[in-house]
Design a protein around this ligand. Structure first.
Ligand code: GTP
Ligand code: SPV
Ligand code: MN
Length: 608
């Protein structure tokens, strides 16, 4: 018998655990050979003990409690800082089910590769069993999962981001569907080998098996690569479940908006990663009489309710938000949310034991320890916080959280917004002519690359529905599914209106033409006055735009010239964009729904 076997301590599954869950955990443990197996109950005591152990291990630095009570800084390995799309695979049986926007890999080959990698990958470590519910426990819209992981950082994050623990485990019975998520940092420890603060592996795989609702993630501990409830489950696997069951899993924020007349609306908005979802979700309107409250900031599950209307839940319980650019002048609500009980990853450390990142304040502190643990001054010529540094915090701590954010029936959606980061072409706001045109606007989102994923910053990429990295099946089928959902909604007579926005258009001098942030409430006002039938619109080749004078610019510091530029339609560059869209549609080899291709022809005709 080996020494490792002698020191192994596998805690048994809690009483009442579904036999299939217990068996699966045994199987994973037999493959990965951890020293310990721990079933997480989701208690405060458990989280406290994990945090304490991570501080002792150097994975977390405890921040000065006077400034930031019960908060921590994690510094990742510099090679493990964002989602890696090239290492993210959809292993559907049929390659065409993954489609051209995903990396497909043969499921049989992938399983054999993964089994090799996971063989003994947890040696010397603890395998944590993390049961969780996406959505309020017991809601008909919620779905269950179990993640096993050898990363205590991931366990602590899952504790914030999901409803994690015993209650979720108890929901799983012999006939309950649940998603299997297996995660290892891929850094087994030999007997006596010292650990590092952020173990990971240069070899990385984030593999999804849509048919069997399984996720296998190896080598990374960062964000969506490792916190598998988020993008891997709630979008890639859930989008497939949604296709099969007739609902939608989308990369969308959710807000409740109340107008000065007291009418309440709910809005869902899809923007690509690091393009403003958290900011819009926590918006403090600059215009009087309007209130915005937060339901969700990243993921929405939407479906037709018993009343025939489109309803949505936020399946998450926390925010994993971009730190840089978050400050009192841009997102006061986020700053107030982050007062304590927060894990910060890859931000800078101040001399007083608090955190800092670019955009938190106008003037950086004179001295910092940067995200890599190196001394930093404003003269260093590099960012102090990594551009994809993030905060992890419970949603209930957000001062603008809406009273209906955990409504098990979901909130009724009145408007859907698609957006992207576009320096040119795309106007500040456009309303779709109808649902089909709205699906076209979603299908043709393109956006400049951000730091949220590995890749060349600023490069324009197609990101349909802001789901390019997150749709677990053929993107063209996703559009067809949206068309089908629209048809269902039409039958019950309540189809939400669809809009497109762009906060990021720039002038010839490279400056943002629109002040953004709180001023985006002016665009919301126009959108919701349209929904409420209070305001007219003007036809443009791209869709319906505000009639002159209808966008509320009272007290706004934007020149007439900039306003005109924000809505300018340059026919030549739009014809070029239409050609690019045609080429993009061609990449789907005939799978693009006719109703979507037809919209491209309508656009071309309108451009002349
Ligand atoms: P993910 O969490 O990656 O999905 O990102 P997100 O879509 O939630 O983006 P977030 O709200 O965190 O914003 C990303 C970056 O865009 C931050 O640096 C923000 O400061 C910036 N940003 C957000 N809204 C606006 C805006 O209206 N105008 C401008 N110029 N920048 C904005
Ligand atoms: C995104 O990239 O859209 C995120 C961060 O929200 S992650 O969870 O890493 O996907
Ligand atoms: Mn996101």
């Amino acid at each position: 018998m080996s020494i490792a076997a002698v020191t192994r301590s596998f805690s048994p599954a809690p009483d009442g655990t579904d036999a299939a869950v217990a068996q699966w955990v045994d199987d994973i443990a037999a493959l990965t050979l951890p020293d310990r197996v721990v079933w997480c109950d989701g208690s405060k005591a458990e989280w406290d003990a994990l945090a304490k152990a991570m501080v002792e291990a150097g994975t977390l630095i405890k921040l000065n409690a006077e400034h930031r009570p019960y908060s921590f800084l994690a510094r990742s390995d510099p090679s493990d800082v964002a989602r890696i799309e090239e290492r993210t695979f959809i292993c559907s049986v049929d390659p065409s089910d993954a489609g051209p926007t995903n990396n497909w890999a043969d499921p049989v080959e992938m399983r054999s590769t993964l089994e090799g990698l996971f063989d003994g990958s947890m040696r010397g470590r603890t395998l944590y069993v993390v049961p969780f519910s996406m959505g309020p426990i017991g809601s008909p819209l919620s779905r269950l999962g179990v993640q096993v992981t050898d990363s205590p950082y991931v366990v602590a994050s899952m504790g914030i981001m999901t409803r994690m623990g015993s209650e979720a485990l108890q929901q799983i019975g012999p006939s309950t569907p649940w998603v299997r998520a297996i995660h290892s940092v891929g850094a087994p420890l030999a007997l006596g080998q010292a650990d590092v603060p952020w173990p990971c592996n240069d070899t990385k795989y984030i593999s999804h098996f849509p048919e069997s609702r399984e996720i296998w993630s190896f080598g990374s501990a960062y964000g969506g690569n490792a916190i598998l409830a988020k993008k891997a489950f709630a979008l890639r696997i859930a989008s497939v479940m949604a296709r099969d069951e007739g609902w939608l899993a989308e990369h969308m924020l959710l807000i409740k908006v109340t107008n000065p007349r007291g009418r309440v609306f709910h809005v869902a908005a899809a923007f690509p990663s690091a393009c403003g979802k958290t900011n819009l979700a926590m918006l403090s309107p600059s215009i009087p009489g309007w209130t915005v409250e937060t339901v969700g900031d990243d993921i929405a599950w939407l479906g037709r309710g018993a009343d025939g209307r489109l309803r949505a839940i936020n399946p998450e319980a926390g925010f994993f938000g971009v730190a840089p650019g978050t400050g009192y002048s841009t997102n006061q609500t986020a700053m107030d949310t982050l007062w304590g009980n927060t894990i910060f990853t890859n931000v800078a450390l101040r001399e007083d034991g608090d955190v800092w990142w670019e955009g938190m304040s106008d003037t950086p502190p004179a001295r910092l320890i940067d995200w890599e643990g190196k001394e930093w001054t404003p003269a260093s010529g590099r960012p102090a916080a990594h551009p994809n540094s993030r905060f992890t915090v419970a949603a209930r701590q957000c001062p603008s959280i809406s009273d209906d954010w955990e409504d098990p029936q979901g909130v009724v959606i009145d408007a859907i917004i698609f957006g992207g980061r576009r320096a040119t072409n795309v106007p500040l706001v456009v309303e779709a002519r109808d649902w089909e045109h709205g699906v076209y606007l979603g299908a043709t989102i393109s956006s400049e690359r951000t730091a949220a994923a590995e890749g060349t910053l600023g490069e324009l990429r197609r990101d349909p529905f802001a789901m390019a990295p997150f749709c677990g099946y053929n993107m063209a089928d996703h559009w067809a599914h949206w068309l089908a959902v629209g048809q269902e909604l039409r039958r019950s007579g309540s189809v939400p209106r669809i809009f497109q926005v762009n906060w990021f258009r720039k002038g010839a001098d490279g400056r943002f033409l629109w002040p953004g942030f709180a001023e985006n409430s002016r665009v919301l006002e126009w959108i919701l006055e349209r929904v409420d039938g209070q305001v007219a619109a003007t036809e443009s080749p791209l869709g319906l735009v505000p009639a002159p004078g209808d966008l509320n610019t009272e007290g706004l510091d934007v020149s007439e010239a900039d306003l005109a530029e924000l809505f300018a339609v340059d026919a030549d560059s739009w014809r070029a964009e239409a050609d690019d869209t045609a080429a993009f549609f061609d990449s789907f080899e005939g799978r693009v729904p006719e109703a979507v291709s037809r919209q491209l022809e309508v656009l071309r005709a309108k451009l002349g």
